[in-house]
Design a protein around this ligand. Structure first.
Ligand code: HMG
Length: 444
């Protein structure tokens, strides 16, 4: 049985903060830190009437309209988020409520839930849907997986530069049109305190350490994947989408991955005259000597033509969208997949049958590796998307407007702000009900 992602849609927050032109000068920092160091040009932000529900519902609505689906066709709605505003009622119920306002049918017989494990819960929700279909409990119906987040940091936190807001909706079904998911998967998981939100809206972040934890868990996940699926080699995968908190993070993960995948191969032989062979732990008396040698090897590897070519082909295309929207937490790795396929379409590449090595990650911390195979109808799916229009249509905000928008989404502040955009053909948040529930409506 082939199970995977049949269709995807995104909803980008409707505001755009330019990091080099607007944010960097206000922070008294060199724009190069953002564009070159972190690899980010802009962040997407939610307008005042947008939140995780509206963004998720808007992405899901577009997906259902495009695929000609009715609520009866959906047997499961899973929402992955780390920006939830309710510890009991799941976001999926709010999103189903929004969708029921525009469809005749309802989702009364769909199983709804909410998944939490930082950014990796988007991929975990895919897994849940995959398992549900493989177990034949779906009664012929598809699953709707929605990854939606407002990835905001406290003002002044180093993570402020990597913020973003958006949702990804994915339809999971048998015989999918976009990508098939591998049965094999690998995990790297440990109790870590690199990034967490203990009953607080904005995360406590140990930024530098979070980078190391990401790399360590990703390496473990790759080794675990290889223990079930056999060794992986760089040339087997057309694209390698990683969780992308910022492209600079992926640059580090990609180099590590390439070193791993080329170890003991003809590529390592080919590189040997220029940079030597890869250092191995048993060649050293102590850990620090080994680490220094690895660092030196990696610095040299990064500069080789072989690595540069692989990076440009397998990694760079996965970052096109992230550079302009920032971190979407649970949606981020799914944006990376879409970004790669969008580039394949632009470059006229026949990607049918090509494989992707997908690296998901969530702080706290866990990484997961699985592979995907691009399906025959992928071009039709890509052509139906309006990603460029959404990104181009965002309203640019000044630094003062950014400060207000950040406050508007800060749960601890109750100042009222006017929306900066005029909603049309979308779900909007319109207030608070008697039980403190958020209320929504559809604006024609
Ligand atoms: P920072 O300390 O402000 O930045 O925060 P920096 O000084 O380390 O600079 C960043 C890079 O820019 C460095 O490059 C600098 O050299 C370079 P690197 O050494 O890393 O290669 N740079 C420049 N380059 C060119 N021209 C210049 C210039 N200036 C500097 N003028 C930090 C960086 C990542 C710590 C911060 O952004 C942060 O705390 N971010 C939030 C945490 C995060 O994203 N961690 C990533 C891994 S954890 C993860 O992915 C999970 C997450 O998504 C949450 C979840 O799972 O739910 C976050």
């Amino acid at each position: 049985m082939t199970v995977g992602i049949d269709a995807m849609e995104i909803h980008a927050g409707k505001l755009r903060l330019d990091l080099a032109e607007t944010f960097a000068p206000a922070m008294d920092e060199d724009p190069g830190k953002y564009t070159k160091g972190l690899g980010l040009h802009a962040s997407s932000f939610p307008d005042v009437h947008e939140d995780i529900v509206t963004m998720g519902a808007n992405a899901a609505h577009r997906l259902m309209e495009r695929k000609g689906l009715e609520p009866d066709d959906i047997g499961r709605i899973d929402v992955a988020t780390e920006s939830a505003f309710d510890n009991s009622k799941p976001v999926s119920t709010y999103i189903a409520g929004c969708l029921e306002a525009v469809y005749e049918g309802d989702f009364h017989h769909a199983n709804k839930g909410e998944r939490k494990f930082a950014c990796i819960s988007g991929t975990q929700s895919l897994d849940d849907a995959y398992n549900w279909i493989r177990a034949d409990r779906n009664r012929g119906r598809a699953a709707l997986v929605i990854a939606t987040d407002t990835a905001l940091y406290a003002r002044g936190d180093a993570g402020e530069a990597t913020q973003g807001a958006g949702a990804v909706a994915m339809l999971i079904s048998e015989d999918p049109d976009l990508v098939a998911l591998s049965q094999e998967q690998g995990f790297g998981s440990a109790d870590e305190t690199d990034f967490l939100k203990p009953n607080q809206q904005f995360p406590s972040v140990d930024g530098k350490r979070s980078v190391q934890v990401y790399l360590a868990r990703m390496r473990e996940a790759l080794e675990d994947y290889e223990s079930v699926a056999g060794r992986v080699y760089s040339e087997e995968f057309r694209y390698v989408p990683f969780h992308t908190p910022f492209p600079g993070m992926v640059r580090k993960a990609a180099l590590l991955g390439y070193r791993h995948m080329t170890r003991g191969t003809a590529i390592e032989d080919d590189l040997e005259p220029a940079i030597g062979r890869q250092p191995l732990p048993d060649e050293f008396d102590d850990e620090s000597g080994y680490r220094d040698a690895v660092r030196e090897y990696m610095d040299a590897l990064k500069e080789t033509e072989q690595y540069g070519e692989w990076y440009d082909q397998a990694i760079e295309p996965t970052l096109d969208i992230a550079r302009h929207v920032g971190n979407w937490y649970t949606g981020s790795v799914h944006v990376a997949r879409l970004s790669a396929l969008r580039r394949a379409r632009e470059d006229g590449i026949d990607a049918t049958g090509e494989r992707l090595l997908v690296g998901s990650y969530g702080s706290g911390a866990q990484a997961e590796i699985h592979t995907e195979t691009v399906q025959e109808e992928w071009e039709t799916e890509l052509d139906a998307l309006d990603i460029d229009d959404q990104l181009d249509d965002r309203r640019d905000i000044s630094f003062e407007e950014y400060e207000e928008i950040h406050d508007a989404h800060n749960h601890a502040k109750d100042d009222e702000f006017d929306a900066l955009t005029t909603p049309s053909g979308e779900f909007v948040r319109d207030g608070q009900g008697p039980m403190n529930e958020r209320t929504y409506r559809y604006v024609e």
